[in-house]
Design a protein around this ligand. Structure first.
Ligand SMILES: Cc1cc2nc3c(=O)[nH]c(=O)nc-3n(C[C@H](O)[C@H](O)[C@H](O)COP(=O)(O)OP(=O)(O)OC[C@H]3O[C@@H](n4cnc5c(N)ncnc54)[C@H](O)[C@@H]3O)c2cc1C
Length: 477
């Protein structure tokens, strides 16, 4: 604890706890928790992004699949569409914060099941959520066929107070829904609410940061300009940490252009807003002979295609020979009315300078985006089909969520836009996530990622936020 006074400025409010939290018609069809905002695509056509401006941000609706990146993701990786760049630090250096994030977010999982994962300094705090019978059967079939099924690490709080037989596990919803019983380890429940009683912490909701202003020399942020309701307010702090999500953090920096920072705050490199990434995602529904009575289906993952076929061959089914890393396979939540078994295929998206956020005269973000690695996604889809044959499942339908879609479909895993690195000419942030060009400005959300791998970014963002927090505590001491 630093003893410093901390002010959290949040654009949205606390997400209401109500029965609608679990009602698909309200949440999925009516978009009850989608916040109003207006973005444009690269051609200037407006679209409504599916964003969630609440305390806890996108994690209020996330699936709480909390996976680490693979060690290889921290290095340079050759892909079909180009190179995924190396990070300024390696997996071994980053690992201690993964362990801290897994404990903070009470992750349930089992290290060692998945041969593609890196080393770990701590076991998970809780054992994994077990497979229900049909999913266990699929896992057994896949293992017999030479794949490496594993339990997806999940931030679901099923402890003595909230045992597996509770409402939570009968609900089966996590991904895309707020948790009515607050059993999902999201950033609101885990990282904000426990601090509300602290005298040195203040949370202001409905407080949208519009602009950051600096001293005349342009070296330190001296004012945070906020719109709260109809009022314009100003705040100041020794240290300012921006964590508004990859699009909105870029937007705030670009809106903060000044005589000293004409292209946007901290944007002497021209990199702010560039290298936007998400994931190349395909959802696949498969049918088998047996009825699917599973409730909580998102327990099984397969990373047998994550890495290219190289010396880490142990991670591949015998006899496979592939040149490219293809990505991860994880199960989807079950739609209660559906007898199909759902799988989500996630392929890495590459940082491209032209995939970028800009703002127009009215301050609206424009997101120019074209997905990468569609070829790898297509091979992964074929590998899935072969794999499912070993579990007596056949593909009934699939939907590519990103490859051909508009940017509106490429927002959930948004990342990049302010990448960290050692070279101020090619990165926005230094290794501690401080803006190269400012003394007291940090960015600590998914914008810092120089590459995004092929698993959800949340655990990596959480681990990095703890890392940056520890750096700040040290600096303030
Ligand atoms: C439906 C869904 C399911 C997902 N499932 C998973 C999953 O299972 N596993 C996984 O790893 N990832 C998942 N993700 C992605 C994950 O939630 C994000 O990667 C993660 O939340 C990113 O964190 P962030 O801090 O960058 O941004 P956010 O979580 O978006 O947080 C940004 C915060 O800043 C606030 N804000 C924005 N602009 C301003 C402003 N101008 N002033 C003040 N406040 C502002 C927002 O309201 C929000 O609270 C999912 C996302 C979605 C939408």
């Amino acid at each position: 604890m630093s003893g410093k006074r901390i002010l959290l400025l949040e654009r949205g409010n606390f997400l209401p706890r109500e029965l609608c939290n679990w009602q698909p018609l309200q949440v999925l069809d009516a978009g009850r928790y989608v916040s109003q905002d207006a973005w444009c695509d690269g051609a200037g056509s407006p679209f409504e992004p599916r964003v969630h401006y609440y305390v806890g941000g996108a994690t209020k609706l996330y699936g709480a699949a909390l996976s680490r990146l693979r060690p290889a993701d921290f290095g340079e990786i050759a892909h079909m569409d180009g190179v995924s760049p190396a990070w300024p630090l390696g997996y071994e250096e980053f690992e201690p914060w993964y362990a801290k994030a897994e404990w903070l977010y009470q992750v349930r999982g089992m290290h060692g099941e998945d041969p593609s994962e890196g080393s770990w300094s701590e076991e998970y705090p809780w054992p994994p959520v077990s497979h229900e019978p049909l999913i266990q059967q699929i896992a057994d079939d896949l293992e017999r066929a030479g794949y490496y099924p594993f339990h997806i690490p999940r931030g679901i709080m099923l402890n003595e107070a909230n045992p597996p037989t509770s409402l939570c596990i009968r609900c089966g919803k996590c991904d895309g829904f707020p948790c009515l019983v607050h059993a999902k380890a999201d950033a609101d429940i885990i990282a904000v609410r426990p601090l509300l009683s602290r005298l040195n912490v203040t949370v202001l909701v409905n407080a949208e940061v519009k602009r950051l202003e600096t001293d005349p020399r342009g070296q330190s942020v001296t004012k945070v300009i906020v719109r709260r309701g109809a009022a314009r307010e100003e705040y100041s702090a020794d240290i300012v940490v921006l964590a508004a999500g990859a699009v909105n953090s870029a937007k705030v920096l670009l809106q903060s252009a000044s005589a000293r920072h004409p292209a946007g705050l901290g944007n002497g490199s021209g990199q702010v807003g560039r290298n936007y990434m998400c994931h190349n995602v395909t959802d696949v529904a498969a049918l088998g002979e047996k009825p699917n009575e599973t409730v909580f289906q998102q327990t099984l993952g397969v990373n047998s295609f994550y890495l290219a076929n190289d010396s880490r061959r142990a991670a591949y089914p015998a006899g496979s020979s592939r040149r490219w890393p293809l990505g991860s396979i994880q199960m989807l939540p079950r739609d209660g009315t559906d007898r199909a078994v759902g799988f989500r295929l996630t392929t890495e998206d590459l940082p491209r300078p032209g995939n970028r956020v800009t703002i127009d005269r009215d301050g609206r973000p424009h997101l120019a985006y074209a997905a990468t690695n569609g070829g790898e996604a297509a091979i992964l889809r074929r590998e899935l089909e072969t794999m499912l044959g070993h579990a007596d499942l056949r593909v009934a339908a699939d939907e590519s969520l990103v490859a051909a879609g508009p940017p509106a479909d490429a927002i959930a895993d948004q990342a990049g836009t302010c990448r960290f690195g050692t070279d101020p000419a090619t990165s926005v942030l230094d290794v501690n996530c401080k803006a190269h060009e400012l003394d007291n400005l940090y960015v600590a959300d998914a914008s810092f990622l120089p590459s995004v791998g092929a698993v959800g970014p949340a655990l990596t963002v959480m681990a990095n936020a703890i890392r940056v927090g520890e750096h700040l505590a040290h600096r303030l001491r």
